[in-house]
Design a protein around this ligand. Sequence first.
Ligand code: ADP
Length: 621
Amino acid sequence: MAAKQKRSRLLALFAFVLLVGAAGVTTYRASITAGTAELEATGRHRLDLYVASLEREIDKYAYFPTTLGLERDVLALLEAPSATRAEAVNRYLERLSERAGTFSIYILDSAGRVVASSNWRRPDNFIGEDLSFRPYFRQAMTQGSGRFFGIGTTRGEPGYYLSSALVDGAQTLGVAVVKVGLDQLENSWTTAEAPALVSDENGVVILTSVPEWKFTTLRPLDEAARNALDRSLQYNRRTLRPLAMRTLATLAGGAQQVRLSDPDAHAPSAFPRAGVYLAQSRPLPGTPWQVTVFSPQRELRAMAANRAALAGVGAAFLFLLGLMLEQRRRHLRDRLAAQAALQRAHDELERKVVERTTDLSSANALLQREVLDRTAAERTLRAAQDELVQAGKLAVIGQMAAGIAHELNQPLAALRTLSGNARKFLARGMQDTASANLERIDELVDRMGQLTAQLKSFARKSSGQPRAVLLRRALDNALFLLEQRLRQAHIVPCIDLPQDAVQLWCDPNRLEQILVNLVSNALDAMEGSQEPFLEIGARLREHRAEIWVRDRGPGISADAAAHLFEPFFTTKDAVNGLGLGLAISAGIAADFNGSLAGANHPDGGAVFTLTLPICETTCAT
Ligand code: ADP
């Protein structure tokens, strides 16, 4: 993965370098081509200008020598030379030269000797000089006119010689020559923005905007050419150095790319004179000369380099932009893929959730059914428990039946006796005694009513709903039911309750049932005891009441202790014990968030402790 990443990075780098390089090179080339074309056009334009100005300059003097042939004095001098005539012609030529601004104007006879000259007054004048070796003389003599650039033999001044044959009828009498300087032209070139030169038929630079280039050669001269030059004294024996120019390439339009070395780097100049130039040449009409202009390519190259750099930067920018877009696209694609994966995972999850929900709802239905079943079972259990409680009660009542029968028999017997006596007393007229008997009967009936009412209340099926219950009242009711047994056993229970009334949060009927059970068991345990003792007490501890029933019986045997609260566990005979009392009592206590425990007292006997929540003062009685 890392190697792949590295390779793609290298590839991107390679593409980047390639793109930037290609953009730079292409732009550079295109810029050079376009710039060269522009430069060529400019060069051509300059050439046009220079050629035109040179032609104009030369043409100004073109007819001078010819017009001299019209001068009678000149022809007369040639036909018959004399000092007077010569002086007249000299003066004439002098005036003419001054007016025309030429170097000199002079007349040669047919032998090539100077017979009159505009500079006749000067000590170094040409008069008498033999100039027959000059090409312009020979050209004029043979062709009628001649043109020649050369350096003067006398004063060494370079100039352009225009010659014309002086003809009288069919006879050539001599030659008129005008020498003009092209310095002005040259001077105007020095301010041009690029170098320019005029080379003659020998390739020698005769006019140039760079003074150091004058009389240098554009091409090497062979031996024959050198000898010819020596003979014509064209350059007056000047040394002809080659121009420090090297041709680099020849372009399509005939232009050349050349490298110029500056002949004198310190010389003041309006333009650079070294470097790579575009050289363009054109022949000067009417002459064997070539005009050459040089256009510097340095700026062109600098501009092309700038453009290439700019193109490179542009390409780099485009590449980076492309890279960025590509990365963005890839990022987007990854994100979309991640989104799709997420969606798939989500769908899968959803599907699983639906599956699980279906499972869950069926499990839930099962659970609900189970809960319903359990509720039904609980209800059945509760009903069974209630039945059991009821059975317990009935069992207690059954156990108490003998006592109750005795309890009712006694007053019934008393009633019978009292009512019989009352009748007798009434018959005897003993009203008061009869009335006393009747009162006693009332009391007994009340007592019996109370007992049956108590029994009825005990036997009643209670709701089992908790409410505030006064402990004292429940205890009194329980003891009332057991009054006969207590009396028989000669037991007066010792009651030890807190001073403030204790209110419990339970069902009064069931509380009575527990108390009846506990007291009954205590009485059973102490049956036949010599010193029976029953204590019923209560104390409050942390929102609960602890109610104890203590006897002084034999206590709970180890065997019984293990099974005390098990239903149907009894150590008593079938008549006296069902083994339900404690089991039911413990169940009732638990129903009201309480508990029941049995233990042996250190001083002997058993003590049963019932713990039940108390009702705070806010509870209604
Ligand atoms: P029953 O009284 O019908 O036997 P209980 O559930 O009330 O049923 O009592 C179960 C047994 O617990 C009794 O048979 C007895 O052995 C023992 N027991 C209960 N109370 C006492 C007590 N105060 N002293 C000694 N043993 C007791």
